[in-house]
Unconditional design. Sequence first.
Length: 136
Amino acid sequence: MRRRYPDVTLIPARRNLGAIARNVAVRQVGTSYVAFCDDDTWWEPGSLGRCADALDTYPDVASVTARIMVEPSGAEDPINAELANSPVPGRPGLPGPALMSLLAGAPVLRVAPFREAGGFSPGCGSAARKSRSPPT
């Protein structure tokens, strides 16, 4: 990674932290916004700029969640409809529905509110996943 992407900062971890690894990374960034991405997700060209533009336009919005498409078909993920029909009341004029939470692999968010909220709960870490009972 260091040879191929010398401008990327790698933050080694001794164990798999799961979603809370994002907290470690967000502590290191010097930008106003951060985008999250999972190992099976990516951002289409231009989409990060559109998200940043939305956050610039709506300074009281903390996060923009991407529309998720399933490859290789390009079909909409069923979660999109659920998010679009969010029961969370939002103020008039929002660029989309108000959401109660965010999908770990699909948001662009303001760094300051994420830090102020404490980031992801430690219950989102790999230790929490290991303690769950296996599906039956």
